[in-house]
Unconditional design. Structure first.
Ligand code: NAD
Length: 511
């Protein structure tokens, strides 16, 4: 939602504005356009965020381009030293960053701290940049000739991030991008923009020179300018599939390197031999954690054979014990959804699913906080007897709703998962090692869990889905992140003695 004019509270007082970060300082927007930032636990606008104009984006890009030559020439050891300092400052300020996440996203404090912990792992990986950027050397590739490969940064790179991980996903990108010697422009989600600004301040304190890391706040206007700006070399994106497709198509058409991670519909296949309690605990944790607003959340349980009844009963019994409340309350396990509009969309599937023939086992609309209408709360929900044609299966709900599809066999379950257009994560729960190994071989998903419901790779592997969950060739962070943010240069070199050369117009025939 874009607004123009002066942001004010309902009582008329001026609202706090979240500005840009350009050239190493906070810069107030001048476009006159801004958007609301809600406190999802109370359901009111808490502040506003400036929306950049094309001219403001151009100013950010100019700042990042001007900073690039000096940053790429900064020694690996100096960049490493700065990265260590960033890592330590993020850790030292994790409670403050987490408070922003809870205030604007709504996630509970323990979950926000977990998000930062995973971000720290990515920064720790980036601290190994001297090793990660090592090239290769072939001595005497031909007589007296050496060939070697070096990796160099791309230039100015942009990251466009979603609302659900306002700290971790930017870190996935900027840790490696800066380590490799690029300058970086972050366009955070307009729903929860404050954590990005705090991180910008920490980066400056760590010694990142002005212009090397920038934050441009905004909406489609800012994004589309980044996608077409000739000085942007590469774009990393994480968000929903329709926007990921738009980013990929537009930025590649403009000659940029792109990795665009999209939405998901993650399945958990439960075989009859699975430990019911373990599977139910995993389904509840992975389905309702962060109110289901995780790209790796379990959305659909695929129950094989006679495991369905006891498994659904075990999940149903756990649902009332999921404590829903404000993210700041240490007793809360699940906070509100990010906006009223999103909450209403999620709740609409609880309406449509029974109409389409499913069974609503637990209805989150009955939760007292949802009924009270204060904040964007919705209780944990469970829908059984879902089939592949129903809206609650076809769409990415991105809320605290677990759907269950019953199948007769393992083969039927894998066919269902592989036919789904998304391919982010997929998990199997079984006590049978052979079945687990077969699943890892057969399933069409980028990240696979065996008795692990949310198989987010550790920072020294890379993160990415298949099918409509990723557009582009390289996964994010880890070794593929380094590959994404650098390009190879191969040097062929010889130092012959003077007087030993002759003219030869042919291709070399001798070795
Ligand atoms: P979103 O696609 O609405 O927004 C993502 C970013 O794109 C934001 O910065 C937003 O400002 C920008 N944007 C939105 N509409 C745009 C438009 N029309 N043109 C240009 N830019 C636009 O996603 P979201 O709602 O913020 O995040 C939730 C989605 O992200 C879910 O689909 C979730 O699965 C996905 N996600 C995926 C991963 C992954 O790793 N695959 C990780 C986290 C989230």
């Amino acid at each position: 939602m874009t607004q123009v004019g002066e942001p004010r509270t309902e009582a008329g007082a001026a609202l706090e504005r979240v500005p840009h970060w350009i050239g190493g300082a906070r810069v107030a927007g001048r476009s006159g356009r801004f958007g609301p930032v809600y406190d999802p636990a109370v359901g009111a606008i808490a502040r506003t965020v400036d929306f950049a104009s094309v001219e403001e984006v151009d100013a950010v890009v100019a700042s990042a381009a001007a900073a690039f030559p000096a940053w790429r020439a900064t020694s690996l050891s100096k960049r490493t030293e700065i990265l260590f300092r960033i890592r330590n400052l993020v850790e030292a300020h994790r409670t403050e960053i987490a408070a922003h996440l809870t205030a604007e996203h709504g996630k509970v404090t323990s979950d926000a701290l977990g998000e930062i912990a995973r971000g720290l792992e990515n920064l720790e990986f980036a601290c190994g940049i001297p090793t990660l950027m090592k090239g290769g050397f072939s001595e005497q590739a031909s007589t007296g000739v050496d060939v070697y490969q070096i990796r160099q940064p791309l230039g100015v790179v942009a990251g466009i991030t979603p609302f659900n991980f306002p700290a971790m996903v930017p870190i996935w990108m900027f840790g490696n991008a800066l380590a490799c010697g690029n300058t970086f422009i972050l366009k955070p989600s307009e729903k929860d923009p404050s954590a990005a600004l705090l991180m910008a301040e920490l980066l400056a304190e760590a010694g990142v020179p002005a212009g090397v890391f920038n934050v441009v706040q905004g909406d489609r206007v800012a994004v589309d300018r980044l996608l077409e700006h000739p000085a942007i070399a590469a774009v990393s994106f994480v968000g929903s599939t329709p926007i990921a497709r738009h980013i990929y198509e537009t930025a590649t058409r403009n000659g940029k390197r792109v990795q665009a991670l999209g939405g998901a519909k993650n399945h958990m296949l439960v075989l009859p031999d699975a430990d019911i309690d373990m599977a139910a605990d995993a389904a509840v944790s992975a389905g309702y954690g962060s109110a289901g607003e995780r790209c790796m959340a379990i959305a659909t349980i695929v129950a094989v054979g006679d495991v369905a009844d006891p498994l659904i009963e075990a999940i149903r019994a756990r649902v009332p014990r999921v404590t829903v409340g404000p993210g700041t309350d240490p007793a809360s396990q699940m906070g509100p959804l990010v906006t009223r509009q999103h909450m209403e969309k999620v709740a609409s599937y609880l309406e449509s699913a029974p109409r389409q023939g499913a069974t609503l086992v637990a209805d989150g609309r009955e939760h007292p906080l949802h009924r009270a209408g204060v904040g964007f709360f919705l209780g944990a929900s469970l829908i059984d007897h879902v089939d592949a044609g129903m809206d609650c299966y076809r769409d990415e709900i991105f809320g605290p709703v677990l759907t269950v599809i019953r199948v007769r066999t393992y083969e039927e379950g894998v066919r269902l998962i592989n036919a789904n257009p998304y391919g982010n994560g997929a998990a199997i729960f079984t006590r049978d090692g052979g079945a687990g190994r077969r699943f890892q071989f057969e399933v069409n998903a980028g990240m696979v869990g065996i008795n692990v419901p949310i198989p987010v790779p550790v920072a020294y592997y890379s993160f990415g889905g298949w099918k409509a969950s990723l557009f582009g060739d390289l996964h994010m962070y880890g070794p593929e992140g380094i590959q994404f943010y650098t390009r190879a240069k191969v040097v062929t070199s010889r130092w012959p003695d003077p007087g030993t050369s002759s003219v030869d117009l042919g291709f070399p025939r001798t070795r």
